[in-house]
Design a binder for this molecule. Structure first.
Ligand SMILES: Nc1ncnc2c1ncn2[C@@H]1O[C@H](COP(=O)(O)OP(=O)(O)O)[C@@H](O)[C@H]1O
Ligand SMILES: O=P(O)(O)OC[C@H](O)CO
Length: 495
């Protein structure tokens, strides 16, 4: 029997899953790690802790499956995107904590660079928002004493989490990133899939820092220096959201998926041509395989599942995330309460780093149940805005949406999504599609599966949700939501 090992390095936890050739999960191990919030709006991770947790869960998953490294055909790595790690090439030690995708510290820098935004928009498909890696790297070089000189001298390496993990797994032999991760940095030319000198110049980033850009599916190294994993081929790399698109078998132009994790990320496959957005969606690399790049349009929402965590940790009205469903179902509706979870600003299609979380419409009769229900509706409504923007961009209405991620297990939320989107929502049997995508990318590279049609046949439905409210009712809620969003915008602008 042949097995694949998927490493899914997420924002809040590191996960490793062993899959068999039917795409079935054989064993899983997961470890959370610490989030650091050194200043308001800043979010950091300890890159060494990311490495240690990811290595340990990989070892643990193999042990749980009763397998040895030699039983694994290949491993794939998928990861939280945009998060920046800079390390010393000689020692392999990070020079400081990783700056996480949610970190807003470069909001002022992005405003200052606004005149250059059209260049970034055209070349990278992204916007000038603190979300992306490029301004984080520029900030670090400007603000950490001595770093720029060391970077220019070639002493340092920079990369997203995929780069960092490959570097550690190969004992410092490989400094690479795949095209999908690279397309989130503000430094990659989408058309050529190469680092762009004009963009490097604008952000004053020395090219010597950057990894080589490789295919998303292809052997890019071999594990060495971790006894239990040594010899396993590293054969798949991708950003986690692109990987979920792959794991959902969204191989055809127009196929769409939405992942509900810390944030939500709705991606639609746009084929081998870059589809430019007029609705502030992102054009991004889906994957590059055999040198051929396929693209996607993406709507990124920063806080969805994290809002449920806030109900748990911030408000204390639920004990665990899954409890939100029962609490929300204690009431038939939100009583006209709307919760805009703009805790980290607003992403697509608003891109307002100064927006902040807002609850509107509360009365003396509002209860925790209304807040819980409004949180779920807020998650669904943010995705509706993305789907509307995609329709305006591509002319294609999303009439079917494949869903995955932690919060996709919430039936009430999925029903709300179908209602508010006025489209069918389809949940597959395997909702660990992010990790499955990693296994697929790695397995294709080493011949475990012959082609994508074989993978598409493995995809199976768990449950479908059909709209149960009228289009008029949905439109009324969408309009009301729009008003609530306006109230959340710009709140922190004076900070
Ligand atoms: N039943 C549920 N209802 C709503 N949200 C949930 C539920 N279960 C998990 N979540 C949320 O999903 C997120 C975890 O999903 P996951 O896909 O593991 O996220 P990530 O990869 O971003 O760490 C958490 O933010 C959690 O609050
Ligand atoms: O870690 P996740 O699953 O929340 O994904 C984070 C995204 O990749 C950020 O762009």
């Amino acid at each position: 029997m042949t097995y694949l090992l998927a490493l899914d390095q997420g924002t809040t936890s590191s996960r490793a899953i062993v899959f068999d050739t039917d795409g079935a999960q054989v064993a899983v191990a997961q470890r959370e790690f610490q989030q650091h919030y050194p200043q308001p709006g800043w979010v950091e991770h300890d890159a060494n802790e990311i490495w240690a947790t990811q290595r340990d869960v990989a070892i643990e998953a193999l042990a749980k499956a009763g397998l040895k490294a030699a039983d694994i055909a290949a491993l794939g790595i998928v990861n939280q995107r945009e998060t920046l790690v800079v390390w010393d090439r000689a020692t392999g030690e990070p020079v400081c904590r990783a700056i996480v995708w949610q970190d807003r510290r470069t909001a002022a820098m992005c405003r200052q660079l606004k005149d250059a935004e059209p260049i970034f928009r055209t070349k990278t498909g992204l916007l000038l928002d603190p979300y992306f890696t490029g301004t984080k790297l520029a900030w670090l070089l400007d603000n950490e004493p001595g770093l720029r000189a060391r970077a220019e001298a070639g002493e340092l390496a920079a990369g997203t989490i995929d780069s960092w993990l490959v570097y550690k797994l190969t004992n410092g032999k490989q400094h690479v990133t795949d095209a999908s991760n690279a397309s989130r940095t503000l430094l990659l030319n989408l058309q050529t899939c190469e680092w762009d000198n004009e963009l490097l110049d604008i952000l004053r980033v020395p090219a010597a820092l950057l990894p080589a850009v490789v295919d998303s599916s292809g052997v890019c190294g071999e594990v060495s220096g971790v006894d239990e994993l040594n010899g396993i081929a590293i054969a798949g790399l991708a950003g986690d959201q692109q990987s979920a698109l792959f794991g959902q078998a969204c191989f055809g132009k127009g196929d769409a998926k939405n992942t509900y994790g810390t944030g939500s990320f709705l991606l639609v496959n746009t084929g081998t041509e870059v589809a430019a957005s007029h609705q502030k969606l992102l054009s991004t690399v889906g994957w590059r395989i055999g040198g051929v790049t396929e693209y996607a349009l993406e709507g990124s929402v920063f806080v969805t599942g994290a809002a449920v965590q806030w109900l748990r940790d911030g408000l204390g009205i639920i004990k665990q995330s899954a409890d939100v469903e029962a609490l929300a179902n204690q009431v038939p509706d939100t009583g006209d309460v709307y919760l805009v979870p703009a805790f980290a600003g607003l992403g697509a299609p608003h891109w307002d780093p100064d927006a902040r979380g807002t609850i509107v419409g509360m009365t003396r009769g509002t209860t925790a149940a209304h807040i819980a229900r409004a949180t779920l509706e807020g998650i669904a409504l943010q995705s509706v805005e993305l789907a509307e923007a995609m329709r305006a961009d591509t002319g294609l209405a999303i009439d079917e949406l494949r869903v995955d991620g932690g919060a996709a297990s919430n039936d009430t939320l999925m029903q709300m999504q179908a209602d508010l989107l006025q489209a069918k929502v389809i949940r597959p049997k395997v909702t660990e599609t992010t990790a499955l995508g990693a296994a697929y990318l790695a397995g294709l590279a080493v011949g475990v599966w012959p082609d994508r049609p074989t993978l598409a046949k493995q995809w199976a439905v768990d449950r479908e949700f059909e709209p149960q409210i009228s289009a008029d009712e949905a439109a009324a809620k969408r309009a009301r939501w729009g008003e609530a969003v306006e109230r959340a915008k710009g709140w922190a602008a004076d900070d």
